[in-house]
Design a protein around this ligand. Structure first.
Ligand code: BG6
Length: 521
């Protein structure tokens, strides 16, 4: 049986050691170590565990502990100043300096690991977290393999947790899989997509499969179209060197948007189980039709931010970006899914940087009523819609029509809103890495990407990127930083009389009854 997340199971997380490669980096500092501290404050870690940071930097144990305290204070859900268990937690943190390509350093690491396990009486339950640049994945995996750390001990486990990006395209992802599989079996590999750790993303599954009223409507007979928007206000900034090679398709679509698409569109799995859940995701991803050469111009948009008056950032001027770069920082796609449930229903996906605000929304617009009896107030009657808000205020909004009080039979659309923070409190939502780290410790791979899932998603992304690099692609368009993106993206929907929803972004009410949103029609 896969683990469920009631408290009894959570308390039975086994004693473990997590080795964090890249312990001196940003990810460890802002996300991983604060998440481990939050788990500790919530009594979700076992009594015995070791966090062994490993990196090239020369840190003393005292300095890595102090750095971790500062990181948890600045970025954690539970801060050392609020949770009085910091002193205890700090005693679980250790550090080992190493060079990622030096096998002797890994032999030393192995000895250190064994002696910590012996001192602390921890069985050989080991997690190796690769919080390092992708170019170092193979060297580290090979060194782990060479010194025998990839092998599972009969009394324990050995798991490797790998960050995105997993590969640069389908071919390199395949090669990476092959090379990692030389030392780690698929069951030992936990590929992270932090969007799957977000509470609202998991709640999408509960929403769909624990309620009887939505699923019967979740298909081509009742859904007009679906929108998935992952919009960010941050520009590329200091990440130009990485980003100019990746672009928005590799940085956001191949992973986060494809995961949201899969969870929204997949068939119900038979059980909450890593194999069944991932089987369904792969099935639907394989059913997504890559846009044909002819459809690339009509169904896809690629764009870059460019400030016309110099008052905002311009992508081509960011450090690390080539001056004539064609790398898109924004993309919008119309995709179709070739199966019985979704045939003919457009899925509009968009994501970009340097936009007006940060918001992530899945918007399901239902079909119009077949015959209209009433007059909507001054407009066409807005069809029912469901906004699933992942950011900024996690929750759901359901739009429906209501009668305007008074004479006649005039109608207006209103929203019924549910917010997690109102229902469960501001602190109730764990950060994505808390959930994912705990699952990896518990051995539940449901929220991690499997090899075939990664491949299906790369094949689709590759087809679009290659199309864009050929003569069939749409021209690169430009948008002002601080806008909602290029006009071409609005035209993508306008061609069929639709507009992008920004319902979640405009919802600052956090639970109060809503005014109708003109943008969501
Ligand atoms: C990362 C991307 O995977 O996700 C970043 O590399 C992006 O470019 C980030 O900013 C967005 O994550 P979130 O959780 O802030 O929406």
């Amino acid at each position: 049986m896969p683990p469920t997340h009631d408290l009894t199971t959570l308390h039975s997380a086994p004693p473990f050691t997590i080795v964090i490669f890249g312990a001196s980096g940003d990810l460890a500092h802002r996300k991983l170590l604060p998440a481990l501290f939050a788990l500790y404050c919530n009594n979700l870690l076992p009594e015995k565990f070791v966090i062994l940071g490993a990196a090239r930097s020369d840190f003393s144990e005292a300095s890595i502990r102090e750095r971790t305290r500062k990181g948890a204070e600045a970025y954690g859900r539970f801060k050392p100043s609020e949770c009085n268990r910091w002193e205890d937690f700090a005693t679980h943190i250790f550090y080992q300096q190493l060079h990622y390509d030096n096998v002797d350093d890994f032999t030393t690491l192995k000895t250190r690991l064994a002696s910590l396990e012996q001192e602390q009486r921890i069985p050989p339950n080991r997690l190796f977290y690769l919080a390092i640049p992708p170019g170092l994945y193979i060297p580290v995996v090979e060194q782990l393999g060479a010194v025998g750390l990839a092998q599972q001990h009969p009394l324990g486990f050995a798991r490797v947790i790998i960050e995105k990006p997993f590969g640069y395209d389908a071919q390199s992802a395949e090669e990476l899989n092959v090379r990692i599989h030389r030392f780690f079996s698929e069951a030992q590999i936990y590929r992270i997509d932090h969007y799957l750790g977000k509470e609202t993303v998991q709640n999408l599954l509960v929403f769909r499969f624990a309620n009887a009223i939505f699923e019967p409507l979740w298909n081509r007979h009742y859904v007009d179209h679906v929108q998935i928007s992952v919009l960010e206000s941050v520009a590329v900034g200091h990440r130009g060197g990485y980003y100019d090679q990746a672009g928005v398709m590799r940085d956001m679509f191949q992973n986060h948007l494809m995961q949201l698409l899969a969870l929204t569109a997949m068939e119900p799995p038979n059980a909450w189980d890593a194999t069944q859940l991932r089987d369904e995701k792969v099935k639907v991803l394989r059913a997504v039709r890559p846009p044909s050469a002819g459809a690339l111009r009509t169904n896809t948009v690629r764009a870059q931010y460019q400030s016309t008056d110099g008052s905002g950032p311009t992508y081509r001027l960011e450090p690390g970006v080539t001056p004539h770069s064609e790398t898109p920082t924004y993309a919008a796609l119309t995709l179709f899914i070739d199966n019985w449930r979704w045939q003919g229903v457009p899925f509009y996906l968009r994501s970009g940087k340097a936009l007006t605000g940060k918001t992530t929304e899945i918007f399901i617009q239902f079909r119009e009523v077949p015959h209209l009896l009433f007059n909507a107030e001054g407009t066409d009657l807005a069809p029912n819609a469901l906004s699933i808000c992942l950011q900024p205020h996690e929750g759901f909004h359901l739009r429906f029509q209501t009668k305007l009080p008074g004479a006649g039979m005039r109608t207006r659309d209103v929203d019924m809103r549910f917010h997690f923070s109102t229902a469960f409190g501001e602190k109730a939502l764990p950060q994505a890495y808390e959930r994912l780290l705990l699952d990896a410790i518990l051995g539940d791979a449901s929220l991690f990407s499997r090899e075939d899932e990664i491949m299906a998603s790369w094949q689709l992304t590759d087809a679009i990127i290659q199309g864009w690099e050929s003569d069939d692609g749409p021209p690169l368009s430009f948008y002002e930083p601080g806008s909602w993106g290029p006009v071409a993206a609005d035209n993508l929907l306008a061609a069929n009389g639709r507009v992008w929803s920004s319902d979640c972004y405009h919802d600052q009410s956090n639970g109060a009854p809503a005014e109708p949103t003109a943008t969501s029609r």
